[in-house]
Design a protein around this ligand. Structure first.
Ligand code: NAP
Length: 306
């Protein structure tokens, strides 16, 4: 059996690209498969301020530098999604969305997470025209307007700070009265005069006029009282779920759909590894993703070299 690659890496976020750098430098025949934009969640992040050695960098710039770094060492890249991984005797088949079947001695899954969508009537219809999951991509459409950001995690707060540079006012809606984001970011948000924080509230309905988003009805979680917030843009940042549908038959996921791996980033299937946000763990950061990618590629090299 002529196996095409030593390792196929699924996903090109920080975990996948770091795995590609380490695998290529170990002289492994390496292919990265990417279904969407190279860089993963980085490309939707305005600024990174906690990657050691780099005080501040835009998400897109860091993604492009990581990508150039990985292909510079010889990793190949194909823009195809993964539909299915089939373990065979001593190798894996990777079935792509375009119907191709690729073969590899090992697979590193670094497919990350997918943002949760707003569960309101007509939300899907207005996604891309009033509702956006990417402030960096769509923020400029709401220049000098009022917007709402839903959620109190790092993504919601960091992207709110970005939006203040463009819009008139950012209303952050959180369901509790505390934020989930790290304290330094919360402090910046609290000190920003363009940000209005609405606590103990959940989105209840969209206000649509002339086929456009004009506001959001919010409901107080304690009193049930409903109020209408005028806004033309809504940015939900309400967390994410792992992108692991294609692994569901392999028995390598926990109850929430995250990959279960050991210290070497290997799953219960020999030769199948996980890295980055897709793995069950406590801390999801660029730095923990790159850490996982390096360990996974090193483990692949050891596995292949016996
Ligand atoms: P997250 O940390 O899970 O926060 C989700 C937020 O949305 C929470 O405030 C949560 O409220 C709220 N929420 C969840 N479901 C909701 C619903 N149905 N309706 C209204 N609100 C809802 O998600 P994230 O901000 O996307 O971050 C994901 C991961 O990436 C985290 O581990 C985060 O630390 C990491 N990250 C790190 C950075 C950084 O270090 N610079 C940047 C971005 C993301 P509750 O708090 O009440 O649950």
């Amino acid at each position: 059996m002529d196996v095409q690659y030593d390792v196929i890496i699924i996903g090109s976020g920080p975990a996948g690209l770091t795995a590609a750098i380490y695998a290529s430098r170990a002289n492994l025949r390496t292919l990265i498969l990417e279904a969407e934009t190279p860089g993963g969640k980085l490309t939707k992040t305005y600024e990174i301020e906690n990657y050691p050695g780099i005080m501040k960098i835009s998400g897109v710039d860091l993604a492009m530098q990581m990508m150039e770094h990985s292909t510079n060492w010889g990793a190949e890249m194909e823009y195809e999604g993964c539909e299915k991984i089939v373990p065979q005797e001593g190798y894996f088949e990777v079935h792509t969305a375009y119907g191709n079947v690729l073969t590899s001695k090992c697979v590193i899954v670094a497919s990350g997470t997918k943002e949760r969508t707003l569960d309101l009537p007509r939300a899907e219809e207005f996604t891309g025209r009033g509702i956006s999951y990417c402030a960096v991509c769509d923020g400029a459409f709401y220049r000098n307007k009022d917007v709402a950001v839903i959620g109190g995690g790092n993504s919601a707060l960091e992207e709110s700070l970005y939006l203040t540079q463009l819009v008139n006012k950012v209303n952050i809606i959180i369901r509790r009265d505390v934020f989930r984001a790290e304290p330094k970011v919360v402090e910046k948000v609290r000190n920003n005069p363009k940000i209005n924080i609405i606590t103990k509230s959940l989105p209840d309905a969209l206000v649509i006029e002339d086929n456009k988003v004009k506001g959001l009805v919010i409901r107080n979680v304690d009193t049930g009282e409903k109020t209408t917030l005028e806004c033309e843009g809504i940015f939900p940042y309400i967390g994410a779920d792992p992108s692991t549908e294609f692994l569901k038959d392999l028995g390598v996921l926990d109850a929430r759909g995250y990959m279960v791996v050991d210290d070497s980033m290997e799953t219960s299937i020999k030769g199948l590894f996980g890295a980055g946000d897709v793995v069950a763990k406590d801390l999801r950061q660029v730095v923990t993703a790159t850490n996982d990618g390096a360990i996974a590629a090193n483990s692949v090299a050891r596995y292949i070299n016996g």
